[in-house]
Design a binder for this molecule. Sequence first.
Ligand code: FAD
Length: 395
Amino acid sequence: MDFRDSPAEAAFRDEIRTWLDEHLTGEFAAVGGQGGPADETSWDIRVEWEKLLGKDRWLGLAWPTEYGGRGASFAEQVIFNEEYATRSAPARISFFGEGLFAPTLLAYGTEDQKRRFLPKIQSVEELWCQGYSEPDAGSDLANVQTRGVLDGGQWVIDGQKVWTTLAHRAQWCFCVTRTDPATSGHAGLSYLLIPMDQPGVEVRPLRQMTGTAEFNEVFFSDARTDASNVLGDVNEGWRVAMATLGFERGTAFLSQQLGFQSELAAVIEAARASRTLDDPLVRQELADSYIGVQIMRFNGMRMLTSRVTRGVLGPESSIGKLYWSTWHRTLGERAMRVLGPAAMLVEDHPPDEYVLTELERIFMFSRSETIYAGSSEIQRNIIGERVLGLPREPR
Ligand SMILES: Cc1cc2nc3c(=O)[nH]c(=O)nc-3n(C[C@H](O)[C@H](O)[C@H](O)COP(=O)(O)OP(=O)(O)OC[C@H]3O[C@@H](n4cnc5c(N)ncnc54)[C@H](O)[C@@H]3O)c2cc1C
């Protein structure tokens, strides 16, 4: 693979740079690099920024042109993400809609569903959340108990989800639901699309040790959605749900991974300022982190190539997920070593509000990354069993 830009790619890169020069100014530039896909920092400004991206079709870049996208090649997606990260543009908020739901919709949705949902994702009028986990269905997702029953022209949904990131912001939830009560395990599940703004949906926030509450418990009590709001075949939702997880573990995080490079630069800068960079062990660790960024970049490109070839990502997306989440958690720990005792201090803040520095935020939030989108133990099981073909773990 030749990593240099072709003339067409160089022109595409120029177009992005020019767009960012023109638009990433004022309040948008001021919130550059803030937040994360599940972080509400500077939310309102980031929503406005996201709308600008949507209007000029940078949101939905990879979608076919007939659905409002640019039909961008995988190389163009990498170029966009590189330029976006280099300029420290605001963290994206449409992660669940654009990053997870839209590619699944493109792979499994009907024409009507694509035309109904994609434009509202692009215009940022509708945000999505992911209704997978339940109190007794995390790693063991196939144990989902939330029920959906057809009643005339509608599904009636009852049950509870948990850890539902940004459910309090979302207009829609893509929800793994048991629609055949006679089944257990993978069979009899459907991938329902449920509007959040209705009496049958109650969202309760969960506050964390970081002080923020970006994820929630979601209770469905006679919640309703139209019978047509099922993606893929009824009772065949497992396949669809796994496709979304492939995107979550793989390509959706590509832009985030590219942001890791600027985080590493911030850690190196802190090491320089605190003079811990003089310590050969610290220098060696930071060099190791740099090598990791390069490995993620090339592995990300390999995943994108696989997606272009096959349409969806297979179990090998677990390799990238395991690698980047472990790398990031280690970077957070290294950042704390670089800061030394100062890492225990937080900036001046109003009562009951925590204001973390960038390095503290990396340390705190990266602890969750080896858990969500499937824990590291689960990724290892998948790689062992489904990529390497090792014997299955005893059930
Ligand atoms: C920040 C964050 C955001 C999240 N956002 C969402 C969201 O938006 N929507 C959503 O649906 N979910 C979300 N989740 C939930 C996440 O998907 C689950 O936490 C995750 O799948 C693990 O499930 P669990 O918490 O029930 O842990 P469990 O499944 O109970 O696992 C507990 C421990 O046992 C280990 N374990 C379990 N099974 C095995 C096994 N077979 N072999 C080896 N080890 C095993 C696990 O690795 C883990 O260490 C989020 C989680 C976090 C941390």
